[in-house]
Design a protein around this ligand. Structure first.
Ligand code: ATP
Length: 346
């Protein structure tokens, strides 16, 4: 657990970067600090591993005031990942990851075998270990950065805009990877970003900061979207927050209806779904017999946002529902989904 108690940071030039921060990061969770540029996210993060010390107040890690622990010792238990990975350019990938185990006195062989395990854990093929950072893509470098931070198996991980330098598709992949890793590793993670979509996607709790280093709201993502504390949070969270909040509502209650399917181009008269031999949806055949691509697919059990999107994006107006193997399971209509959404409001 990480605790900020009345923490203020005033730099020598008088800038107040963080102002009276009170916040608890629960153990084993991902907490995201989000907010516009210059609102004190990085400064707050760096007060956890003593790269910056507070002017007032106390930061505690597992109940211990960090100011009472020597920085090098403190940092052995706190992994740190930064934007563009910050890898050592003249060391191979494997040696980059092995750095901390070597510093903690492990033999070279043991450190390297641990490093190889970690590369696998973050989804990188072993042969990349021999390369130098410049020979990797941005996304691969970020994975190495995460592997390196995990090398000493620290209970706490601080991540400062770790995925901002990669394109949106790679970024989404890295976010998924982080969620998968976290399900396995159960670390206490503090993640800084200025991207609210990233924050609500990966955070179990999200702290929204505003200018002057003030905490505007600290809540689970669904609550930020549905009940922003004030106009600043509402505008920061964005316009379509009502729709986005549906990512956190489950779709139980939406009845999945059977629909006619065919495996060859359909005869005229109504819409028919085309499926392959495995019953995986392939598109729709329209009333005039032309085949058009299908809309998004809704996997049963997912959030209600997916069900609504499937219905809205389907050329036939029937949202296609699939099972976990991607096989056709039925259809849903937008009005059914909206009825369920309405019933949740009551
Ligand atoms: N060493 C310093 N001396 C003086 N002011 C500083 C120092 N470091 C940061 N600041 C100021 O403190 C404020 C908070 O900075 P911080 O880096 O924590 O913000 P941030 O929210 O992480 O911003 P960004 O998203 O742009 O990284 C800013 O106004 C910044 O200019």
């Amino acid at each position: 657990m990480i605790e900020f108690r009345g923490v203020t940071k005033r730099f020598d030039d008088g800038t107040i970067a963080v102002n009276g921060l009170d916040l608890v990061v629960e153990a084993g969770t991902i907490t995201v600090f989000v907010g516009p540029s210059g609102c004190g996210k990085t400064t707050s993060l760096r007060m956890v591993n003593r790269m910056i010390d507070p002017t007032e107040g106390t930061v505690l890690v597992d109940g211990k005031d960090v100011l009472t622990v020597d920085p090098p010792k403190l940092r052995l238990g706190i992994g740190y990942v930064i934007q563009q990975a910050g890898l050592f350019p003249h060391r191979t990938v494997l040696d980059n990851v092995a750095t901390v185990p070597l510093l903690s006195g492990w033999s070279k062989a043991k450190a390297r075998s641990r490093a190889a395990e970690l590369l696998e854990l973050v989804g990188l093929p072993a042969e990349l270990g021999k390369r130098y950072p410049v020979q990797l893509s941005g996304g691969q470098q970020q994975r190495v950065g995460v592997a390196r931070a995990l090398a000493a198996d620290p209970p706490v991980l601080l991540m400062d805009e770790p995925f901002s330098a990669v394109d949106p598709v790679v970024r989404e992949g890295l976010q998924d990877e982080l969620l998968r890793l976290q399900a396995e590793l159960d670390k206490t993670i503090v993640f800084v970003t200025h991207d609210i979509d990233e924050a609500v996607r990966i955070g179990e709790k999200v702290a929204v900061f505003r200018e002057g280093g003030i905490l505007a709201q600290y809540a689970p993502p669904a609550e930020l979207l549905v009940r922003p504390a004030d106009d600043f949070v509402a505008s920061f969270v964005g316009k379509d927050r009502g729709y986005r909040s549906l990512s956190f509502v489950d779709a139980s209650g939406v009845e999945v209806l059977p629909a006619e399917t065919v495996r060859a181009p359909a005869a005229s008269g109504g819409w028919q779904l085309l499926v392959d031999a495995e019953r995986r949806p392939q598109g729709w055949s329209g009333p005039d017999g032309t085949v058009v691509p299908g809309g998004s697919l809704y996997e049963q059990g997912g959030a209600i946002r997916g069900a609504l999107d499937a219905a809205l994006s389907s050329p036939s107006g029937l949202g296609v529902v699939v099972d976990t193997d991607g096989r056709f399971a039925g259809v849903v209509e937008a009005h059914q989904v909206l009825d369920v959404i309405e019933s949740h409001r009551g």
